[in-house]
Design a protein around this ligand. Sequence first.
Ligand code: G4P
Length: 542
Amino acid sequence: MTNADAAVIAPAAKATDPEILRRRTFAIISHPDAGKTTLTEKLLLFGGAIQLAGAVKARGERRRTRSDWMQIEQQRGISVTSSVMTFERNGIYYNLLDTPGHSDFSEDTYRTLSAVDAAVMVIDAAKGIESQTRKLFEVCRLRDIPIITFINKIDRPGEDPLTLLDDIASGLALDLVPMGWPIGMGPDFRGVVDLAGMRVLLPEEGERNAPFGRVVPIASLSDIAEIPGIDADIAARALEGVELAQGALSTFDLQAFREGHLSPVFFGSALRNFGVEQLLDALGNWAPGPLPRVAVQRTVYPGEDQVTGFVFKVQANMDPNHRDRIAFVRLCSGRFKRGMKLLHVRDGKYMTVSSPTLFFGQGRETADEAYAGDIMGLPNHGTLRVGDTLTEKEVLKFTGIPNFAPELLRRVIIEDAMKAKQLNRALDDLAEEGIVQVFTPIAGGRQILGVVGVLQFEVLQSRVKAEYGVPVSFEQAPVELARWISADDPAKLQKFVDAHRGEIATDRDGALVFLAESQWMLKYKGEKFPDIKFSALRERGE
Ligand code: G4P
């Protein structure tokens, strides 16, 4: 059975169109340095989207020369932008959504995860679960996103596989089923046993880009010791784990995986191409096709005739020659055709979608057709915002795209007062991208900027300078916390606002925010005004 057959057979949320069923839209989550970039590159390589290893980084280099802020990324060795990479292999159409790895950019990551149907969790074999892995995992769990675990860098000295599995399973309260098992780790690394396929995958010296060097079928696990190049004592040590893992294989339950309770585990080395093809096959065979998406009004199924989608990300200035912004839209249902008129629900206006973009490997193409599960880039001049819903005519509002209350608040100092207008535009654009949140005090006065992590201020500073020509710096804001406020009774909310005009601001969407000078003050107000809800989370587009 090929991947495509499996995908068609797999029940994917009422869709019957094979084009929809063969879509796999996923993201890779990991702690910085675990190997996400390397793995992404290898997935693209085996997916035929790029021809040479190193191309993902090369692409990064080209992008980075564009503006100063990319240099931050380069200096720190982190990826701060998200993008989409599409490739096709064995009849499966993969949409890989890149997530920024640094914890400072978590909001962008959360939004990206709202647009996927599965995730690959990359874990460094020497480090096990790290802080960012845990955080991202929790987001996936909240959404019941199925997760495939890839334990990377087995070619380097790492934890013993059994200990690693134990730590991950207990640390994340997740059932794990190893699909393969490494023969030796670090300097003793000799290959991987593919348990389901009953074969051993061996490296071919010097062939860094070959999927696997040699594949040796085995009739029984003890055959491992007979394979030339695998010494008896390494085989003997591996065998204990291999036998245990094979015993666990029967507990693999596709349903539990798809519900997010159980994760199949691959041991591999992204750098040395081990486990990468197996991972792709697993995504093709087991990961769900496009899943239903919840809207305020109803649940939307991918197989529905009418096209629906939502904006989960906006990127400004992708092309420095045009002041366009690209809104990334996840299609939730239907078959999109170029030139279609779609209702921009928040605006109540129709827009003709004439030049949607799909992202193939390094290139972009104008899409004539796209299906539920696909990500389209729509160039626009700021009409489309994160959280916006597009439909053919129905009034729908997809949920699950959050804004988080910022952790740090600052005020911006502009060096050249003549550039205030450009600054406002820059802040507006970058707020839309999720780099910063902008709060405007209702009583007047300077805006207050909020971010999740301090690195965002650096990105903001260099992008505002590079892309809008406005040098700025930041100073401490007189407030410490921002909370969205609401109340069941509008009169009570108004009364609170009137009594606290100096402490109230609006966010970019006009929602009311209480700016507290301290945690203590927030608690005090919460107790004194029990009818007012102070919220650290807000759904976009509400
Ligand atoms: P990230 O995107 O998750 O931050 O990680 P990235 O892929 O950039 O990998 C971080 C480092 O780990 C890189 O080394 C990369 O080569 C290395 N690496 C990734 N996968 C493997 C693996 O399977 N085995 C081994 N041994 N190393 C791996 P670097 O020295 O920081 O960068 P570079 O100079 O190699 O590019």
